[in-house]
Design a protein around this ligand. Structure first.
Ligand SMILES: [Zn+2]
Length: 472
């Protein structure tokens, strides 16, 4: 009997242990909101986000050992009277703004302001990291619709299969005059009218993949629509193209420049419908520093001694301009499928990463490494990273013997310093096909290696992403 009791007690003890949050939270603070610790958080960054000190957090949570804070732990947050429930941090997706978040998450505007110390709705940009309350219980399904200027609340509601009273209540509005043109609103979803984006009624979804954006990464804008559209976009003022392989599904790929200063940049999408009517939407999107560029040298640029003529602008400028014409072709036929394959002889023989800052000789200009380098002596095979069409194969002064392959949709790969070129312009190549041999031709290099680049709509990106991520 005693044995059974002991076993029962042990079982209860284990259950109680499993149910206890990993971090001890003062039990009498249940009315306080609770923050769920995310990847990358420290007690210091959490305190900073809530305008608290580390001591405030330690005291509010009776933390014995602050160093044991782990992802998923729950911390009571003091100083937020009137707010309760679970708080998480989230990246604001493209297409969401202050007003749509307050409605979509059912968060009263003043709660969103207090939680994030906002001074202006403009601080809620795409890619911003916001504190949001986790919705409690079962959420009714809502669809969103863009507001067409000139419609009354009654017309708008009827159009969406709702009524004015439901529209006001779902959107947490008290008066019809609070409906503002150009904002999007929520309506009860139905089978006949599924959810949308709120940007325009013709759009089912807009997804920007790769958020939060970082220097040297590849951004994908994926759009699904309810009807055929002609879409165009611009990133930081530069146009990009949408491509399509199935009805009402479009994708655009855009490189984020490795030297683009961290900050906010405009992403805009424009569409034309079958009846000729148009819409456009623009939002500021955050670009973050890419810390992988720093490597183990800290933020000190790598110093390289090269042939001085490799830096001569009268040689470089015309070659750079010529390359821009090569990689500006917009080929609607996508040739690649899945991740790219390693073009070098050995994947492990990577000697220099993309994006690292460089200084050549005594030139004061800071360059960045525009590709990755594979070590391996003259004569080793170079293989096409993906299927495509050769658009250049021949000698260049600075880059040496080079091959450029067009993979479609504005994606190009390039291979430099070759001792031998095996392909010609117009050739169709397959992934893994030998296209030439490693060499030391060209001016801006210190020894035989393969320099490999990937271009995404006119911008060089980190090629390693293309070995790991299945774009689009
Ligand atoms: Zn290189």
């Amino acid at each position: 009997m005693r044995l059974i009791m002991n076993k029962l007690f042990l079982a209860l003890l284990i259950t109680a242990f499993l149910l206890t949050p990993q971090t001890v939270i003062a039990q009498n603070q249940s009315s306080r909101p609770v923050y769920v610790v995310q990847e990358g958080d420290t007690l210091y960054t959490i305190a900073l986000r809530f305008n608290l000190t580390v001591d405030d957090l330690i005291r509010a949570n009776a933390l014995v050992d602050p160093d044991t804070l782990g992802v998923g732990d729950q911390l009571a947050i003091p100083g937020l009277e009137g707010i309760s429930g679970i708080l998480t941090s989230q990246i604001v997706p493209f297409g969401e703004n202050f007003f749509s978040l307050t409605r979509g998450y059912g968060v009263p505007p003043d709660t969103l302001i207090r939680l994030n110390h906002l001074t202006s709705p403009a601080e809620v940009y795409a890619g911003a990291n916001l504190i949001l309350p986790q919705p409690e219980g079962e959420q009714p399904t809502f669809k969103r619709a863009g507001r067409t200027a000139g419609f009354t609340l009654l017309e708008l509601s009827a159009q969406q299969g709702s009524d004015p009273w439901t529209t006001l209540s779902v959107n947490r509005l008290e008066h019809s005059w609070q409906i503002v043109p150009s904002q999007s609103y929520f309506f009860p979803a139905s089978d006949e009218q599924p959810g949308g984006t709120g940007i325009h009624p013709s759009l089912e979804s807009i997804t920007v993949k790769g958020m939060p954006l970082e220097q040297g990464r590849t951004m994908v804008v994926d759009i699904r629509s309810f009807e055929p559209l002609i879409l165009t976009g611009t990133w930081n003022g530069q146009p990009f193209n949408f491509f399509s392989e199935e009805d009402n599904h479009y994708a655009a790929l855009q490189g984020i420049h490795a030297m683009l200063a961290p900050g906010l940049y405009p992403l805009s999408i424009s569409g034309t419908l079958g009846d000729g009517s148009e819409f456009s939407y623009e939002q500021m999107v955050a670009v973050q520093q890419n810390y992988s560029f720093l490597g183990n040298r800290g933020d000190q640029p790598e110093k390289l001694a090269v042939d001085q003529s490799g830096l001569d602008p009268t040689i470089n400028d015309p070659e750079n301009e010529y390359i821009l014409t090569l990689i500006s072709i917009s080929n609607p036929q996508r040739s690649w499928n899945g991740v790219f394959s390693v073009p070098g002889y050995n994947r492990e023989w990577l000697t220099s990463r993309f994006g690292s800052r460089r200084i050549y000789n005594s030139d004061p200009k800071i360059y960045f490494h525009t590709g990755v380098d594979f070590e391996g002596g003259t004569g080793l095979p170079i293989k096409a990273a993906a299927a495509g069409t050769v658009v250049f194969a021949g000698p260049l002064t600075v880059r040496g013997n080079a091959t450029f392959i067009d993979h479609g949709w504005g994606i190009f790969s390039a291979y430099f310093h070759q001792s031998k070129i095996n392909v010609s312009v117009g050739d169709r190549v397959e992934a893994g096909q030998e296209i030439g041999l490693v060499g030391a031709t060209g001016l801006r290099l210190t020894g035989a290696h393969l320099h490999w680049e990937v271009w995404v709509n006119g911008i060089q990106v980190d090629p390693l992403d293309w070995l790991n991520i299945d774009y689009p």
